[in-house]
Ligand binder design. Structure first.
Ligand code: BMA
Length: 331
C-alpha cells in the first residue's frame, strides 16, 4: 500500500470499482454531474476545479456563456456531486492592469498554507497563466500573471518544494497549439517565476501514440510516499482532429522535473457518449482531483467534450500499479 500525504477527506465522493472492470479509472455512474445549462447564462460547464472547503467542497467552474465567452465562476457543494454554481463570474480585486478581463478558462484550485490559490488560462495579449487567491470563495485577489504569453495549464504544487512555490505548465501558442510539453518553474513569492526545467514531453511512435501531439498538466499533483502523482492530458491528432485522454506519471518528490515513472497506456479516454460528442468531440480533460490520505481514494473531475463535467474514481495503488504494468521507458 502506498500512502497519500495530506489531510483525510472523509466525505470524498466515491463509488467502488465495478466488478470485472479492466481500467484503473472508472466513471461515476450518474455522469455527467454538471450539465451544460446548470446556470442561466451557460452554453457549457467543463474543465473545472474543486477542493475540500469547510464541511463540504468549493470550486471554480469554467462556464462558457451563450455568446460563447469564457469565464470562471465560484460554486459550493455539500457532497462534491451536486453543485450550486454562482450565476455571476468571479470579479477580482487587484491592479486594474492585471484584473481587466479578456477571457478566463480552465481553472485549477490549490490550497497552500493558509489560502486557496486559483490559476487559470488568462487572456492578456494572448493566453498566459493568471494567479489569484481567496480565503472564502467570495472575495478574490488577483496577483501578477505567472508567465509571459503564451502558456496554458498552470498547475501549482500544494506546498513549497526546496523553499519555493512550484508550478508545472504548458507553454503554447495563440491558437489550438499543435505542440506541448510540461515544464517546471519555481517562485519565492508567487510573483517572480524562474529556474524553468523540462519535465516531460510528447511520445512519438506507437509506444504511446495517444500522447503524440501535446501533453499538459491536469489536477494539482498528489503527494505520495513514492513521489508526486501527476495526472495529465495527452493529445493525438487524428483525421477528425485532436483527441484528449488522461495519463499518469510519478515525479521525484524533491526534484519534480525528474520523472520516475509514466504509463504508456492512457488511464481514461473518450468512450461514453457525453465524452465522444459535444461542442468539441472526444475530449476528456482533468482539472482537479480530491485525494483522501486515509483510504488512498482519488476522485477526478474532468471536462467532457468541452460541454459538461464528469467525475471518475481511482486509488493511488491502482495508478502506481498501472504505471508498473504498462511502463513507458524514461529517457
Ligand atoms: C485546449 C483548451 C481546453 C479544451 C481543449 C479541447 O486547448 O482550450 O480548454 O478542453 O483544448 O478543446
Amino acid at each position: 500500500m502506498s500512502k497519500i500525504i495530506g489531510k483525510p477527506i472523509k466525505n470524498i465522493p466515491w463509488q467502488d470499482k465495478p466488478e470485472g472492470y479492466q481500467m484503473p479509472v472508472w466513471r461515476y455512474d450518474a455522469n455527467p454531474i454538471i450539465k451544460r445549462d446548470a446556470i442561466p447564462s451557460s452554453n457549457s460547464i467543463f474543465n473545472s476545479a474543486v477542493v475540500p472547503f469547510e464541511d463540504g467542497f468549493a470550486g471554480v467552474f469554467r462556464c462558457d456563456s451563450k455568446s460563447v465567452s469564457m469565464d470562471i465562476f465560484p460554486g459550493f457543494s455539500k457532497d462534491g456531486i451536486n453543485w450550486e454554481i454562482s450565476h455571476t463570474p468571479i470579479t477580482f480585486e487587484g491592479d486594474p492592469e492585471i484584473t481587466k478581463r479578456e477571457y478566463r478558462y480552465d481553472p485549477r484550485v490549490c490550497f497552500i498554507e493558509d489560502r486557496y490559490y486559483i490559476t487559470w488560462c488568462n487572456g492578456y495579449h494572448g493566453p498566459t497563466i493568471g494567479v489569484a487567491y481567496t480565503f472564502d470563495f467570495k472575495t478574490f485577489h488577483q496577483m501578477e500573471n505567472a508567465f509571459l504569453p503564451y502558456n496554458r495549464n498552470g498547475v501549482l504544487f500544494p506546498r513549497k518544494i526546496g523553499g519555493n512555490y512550484a508550478m508545472i505548465s504548458r507553454p503554447s501558442d495563440t491558437g489550438h497549439t499543435p505542440f506541448g510539453d510540461i515544464f517546471y518553474s519555481v517562485s519565492p513569492d508567487l510573483t517572480f517565476w524562474g529556474k524553468h526545467r523540462y519535465v516531460m514531453g510528447t511520445i512519438n511512435g506507437d509506444a504511446s501514440a495517444w500522447q503524440s501531439k501535446k501533453i499538459g498538466p491536469g489536477p494539482i499533483p498528489i503527494e505520495t510516499d513514492e513521489g508526486w502523482l501527476m495526472i495529465y492530458h495527452g493529445v493525438i491528432n487524428t483525421c477528425n482532429g485532436f483527441v484528449y485522454r488522461m495519463g499518469c506519471a510519478l515525479l521525484d518528490i524533491d526534484e519534480p522535473w525528474k520523472v520516475k515513472a509514466r504509463s504508456s497506456y492512457y488511464i481514461l479516454g473518450p468512450q461514453e457518449l457525453y465524452e465522444l460528442t459535444g461542442d468539441v468531440p472526444n475530449v476528456t480533460f482533468p482539472c482537479a482531483a480530491l485525494a483522501d490520505s486515509e483510504t488512498g481514494r482519488i476522485a477526478i473531475y474532468y471536462g467532457c467534450a468541452d460541454t459538461v463535467t464528469g467525475l471518475a474514481f481511482t486509488t493511488v495503488d491502482e495508478l502506481l500499479a498501472y504505471m508498473k504494468e504498462h511502463p513507458l521507458e524514461i529517457k
